[in-house]
Design a protein around this ligand. Structure first.
Ligand code: ASP
Length: 331
């Protein structure tokens, strides 16, 4: 498996220090990175190292996602993720650049960095999405090591959950006072978008998906257009929350298309959420969808159905800071 030090060195060596394009303000001279949730702070700082060294947005988002996959014990991304209802930890990830190149893996088991496997799918295979045993076989053929990933605490959380065995995702469970130990963080995804010195965009999305999901369930994160979409001509969008809603509505693609039609990132996120509410008004009251968008000018938008969504922002060579997103429903 590629170590972080070697990964960073290679990423920086391949990134070229590019001249600022016309109209790309000095204040954004290293670009910009945004990502979902509190863990976006650490992930953004990792991505920022790549951007400030002149690396590409693609290398930056891969680096940020790798940070989230390896450094955390937050029960929703990478090796600390909670398993499915049968006790298997299955990982979903996707990566995309603004030229339309993309790769993804779904239901990947026992491989520590699904985002890097997704990138290999993009660069070394004729396909976009590999799943399950095939994705693992491809990863091993590319030099990734097979490692048992399920942690003791995730196993315990699963055992606690089995007492009632109810699949009932709640809105922001990590903030709910009645959350069971196993419910803690039973949703959340690292969705990251970046724009580099040359004005090019890229995005990455990585998650262990909804805790206690059915075996074989795939969420929005590895589905291009649902959990992630990037187009250099317009901007990029990513999502977190109840993945089935993003798949039903091709939500990240929709956000980018709404920006193409002239909406700001903030307006586009809101309009995409309003479409979900319009189609499934009752259901929307009890599920969370969180959207984050970045347009090619570096403007950011973030909106969720319900309060509690935060995103991290890195710009102007300052440490990442957390910002509260707006919400459609106020309680
Ligand atoms: N969107 C992810 C999924 O459905 C989970 C999340 O972000 O909360 O798998």
């Amino acid at each position: 498996m590629i170590s972080r030090r070697i990964w960073l060195k290679t990423a920086l060596a391949s990134g070229s220090a590019l001249a600022l394009p016309a109209g790309f303000a000095n204040a954004r001279s290293f670009g910009k990175v945004v990502s979902t949730w509190d863990f976006g702070v650490g992930a953004n700082n990792a991505a920022w190292q790549v951007l400030r060294a002149g690396g590409s947005a693609l290398d930056a988002v891969e680096g940020g996602a790798r940070w989230a996959e390896s450094e955390l014990c937050n029960a929703t991304v990478g090796h600390c993720g909670n398993p499915d209802r049968d006790g298997y930890l299955t990982l979903d990830a996707s990566i995309m650049d603004g030229d339309g190149r993309c790769g993804a893996v779904a239901a990947l088991e026992d491989i520590a960095h699904p985002i890097s496997v997704a990138r290999q799918v993009m660069e070394k295979s004729p396909h976009v999405l590999l799943v399950g045993a095939g994705a693992q076989q491809f990863a091993i053929a590319q030099g990734f090591e097979k490692t048992a990933l399920l942690t003791e605490s995730a196993k315990k959380a699963w055992q606690t959950w089995q007492r009632e065995s109810k699949y009932q995702p709640t809105i922001n469970p990590e903030r709910a006072s009645k959350a069971l130990p196993g419910d803690k963080n039973n949703h959340d995804t690292l969705g990251m978008l970046a724009i580099d010195q040359s004005g090019k965009l890229a995005g990455a999305c990585t998650t262990s998906g909804m805790a206690w999901k059915m075996r074989g369930r795939v969420g929005d994160s590895p589905i291009i257009g649902a959990g992630l979409y990037v187009d250099n001509e317009v901007g990029a969008a990513t999502a977190s929350g109840m993945g089935e809603e993003m798949i039903r509505n091709a939500t990240s693609f929709l956000v980018v298309e709404l920006m193409r039609q002239g909406k700001s990132p903030q307006e586009a996120c809101l309009a995409a959420l309003e479409r979900i509410v319009k189609k499934r008004e009752e259901a929307s009251k009890n599920l969370q969808v969180c959207l984050l968008a970045l347009n090619k000018h570096g403007e950011v938008g973030a909106y969720a159905l319900h309060q509690g969504f935060v995103y991290a922002l890195c710009e102007h060579d300052k440490d990442a800071r957390l910002i509260d997103a707006s919400s459609v429903f106020s309680s």
